[in-house]
Ligand binder design. Structure first.
Ligand code: ZN
Length: 415
């Protein structure tokens, strides 16, 4: 099993939107560009909603069958670890081994020395990495610090990988390694040594999600300088290509951008660099689809709008608890959230314009958008009432989801 060049992860929190999402991939296929759908749902989302991983595969498989989708597609056990992976093993064929917690963990000095001895060719001399013009040297002290920090995390990845391997067998799943949910970015030097450690662990990693610099808050714009991001991203692409060859990792190894939805400022940079270097990419989206569900409901007016308002009211009431699991990846100024009484009086248009990600709209409220993003637990608690509303307002919900994924994400990234 080898994932193709371009893929986009799409989250479908309530397993209702796989068809609307698949339409976006059909549209880009119609443009002559092959983008692979990967349905991802993290353990955190399953726990908050109270769902089983098999529901993701069921919904995706139905959509794929109904559409007659001819291409690759996968189901991603997103952000799993040794403690949470078991129930994902059967229904998943893409595994995101989240080892961010292992960074900076305890490690034997002997292991650090032996790692650096094994990879003496990477340390303390000029590496000729095609595409990187600056001298690329990792001096010994820096290499030791990086190894001390990241070797424990990669060892964790090895344990999780072998655990999955025992059940699924070699070559029957796509392994991704993620270290994105942490404070300190990993630059090209970190990435190279991390990949060396991954190769030592014998993990045939096909996608890797580093923590890039800047902020990747959920469902909102990138925070940082897109030009600085582009320099780092290009160096990462070059390091990956070099590492795949030099370390014997899979030749389709590609970068994975997590919390990738709505980062409109960096998509043109990514698009240009992928083409310049003929490189692949995986980019994950999740909550952006759930936000389009709420936009579609609000746009419908009447009972749909009322439900969207209830979601806000309840999310506002429970904001501390809803935000806690997402602390690393959101940035909400509570003072800028509208009072629930104000939102209760909004028209369809006012609600949609506050929530829809259009920075040029003076009514757009980035704090409200992030709160709704983490507020899906409220809809889960509504149970059938929420699911029935999605069915009732299907046209509006589906239209917004397909448009958002195709026009605002897939097209700017790949076309
Ligand atoms: Zn992630």
């Amino acid at each position: 099993m080898k994932i193709g060049k371009y893929s986009i992860g799409c989250g479908d929190r309530f397993a209702q939107e796989a068809s609307a999402q698949l339409k976006a991939y059909e549209k880009i296929a119609g443009d002559g560009i092959n983008v692979i759908p990967v349905w991802n749902k993290s353990n955190r989302e399953h726990e908050i909603i109270g769902t089983e991983p098999s529901s993701v595969r069921d919904a995706a498989a139905t959509a794929v069958r109904e559409a007659g989708w001819p291409g690759e597609w996968y189901v991603d056990a997103d952000h799993i670890n040794l403690g949470t992976v078991d129930r994902f093993i059967k229904p998943s064929d893409f595994f995101t081994l989240d080892v961010a917690d292992g960074i900076g963990g305890s490690v034997d000095e002997v292991e650090i020395d032996s790692f650096l001895n094994n990879h003496a060719n990477l340390v303390d001399h000029h590496l000729d990495i095609p595409g990187i013009s600056e001298p690329f040297v990792i001096d010994t002290e820096i290499a030791q610090a990086i190894t001390r920090n990241y070797l424990p995390a990669v060892k964790d990845a090895g344990m999780i990988y072998r655990h999955i391997l025992d059940s699924k067998g070699e070559g029957n799943f796509i392994p991704e390694i993620s270290m994105d949910e942490t404070d300190t970015p990993q630059g090209p030097a970190e990435l190279l040594l991390i990949l060396a450690a991954i190769a030592d662990e014998g993990i045939p990693v096909q996608t890797i999600a580093p923590r890039f610099s800047g902020r990747f808050n959920k469902g909102v714009e990138y925070v940082g300088d897109p030009k600085v991001f582009a320099i780092e991203f290009e160096a990462d692409l070059m390091v990956l290509r070099y590492a795949a060859e030099a370390l014997g990792l899979p030749e389709n190894l590609k970068l994975s951008v997590h919390s990738g939805s709505d980062k409109f400022a960096i998509y043109p940079e990514i698009n240009g660099l992928l083409k310049k270097h003929d490189a692949g990419l995986h980019l994950k989206t999740a909550g952006t689809t759930w936000l389009e569900e709420i936009i579609g409901l609000a746009e419908s007016g009447g009972a749909g709008l009322d439900l969207a308002k209830t979601v806000y009211t309840e999310a506002y009431r429970q904001k501390e608890a809803l935000c806690a699991p997402y602390a690393e990846v959101i940035n909400i100024d509570y003072a800028k959230l509208p009072e629930t009484g104000v939102v209760a009086g909004w028209s369809s248009e006012e609600y949609v314009r506050a929530l829809r990600h259009d920075a040029s709209d003076e009514l757009y409220n980035i704090d409200l958008r992030q709160l709704i993003h983490v507020g899906y637990k409220v809809a889960a608690e509504m149970g059938d009432v929420f699911l029935e509303a999605l069915t009732e307002h299907r046209e509006s919900v589906a239209r917004n989801i397909t448009y958002n994924l195709y026009e605002r994400h897939i097209k700017p990234l790949f076309r």
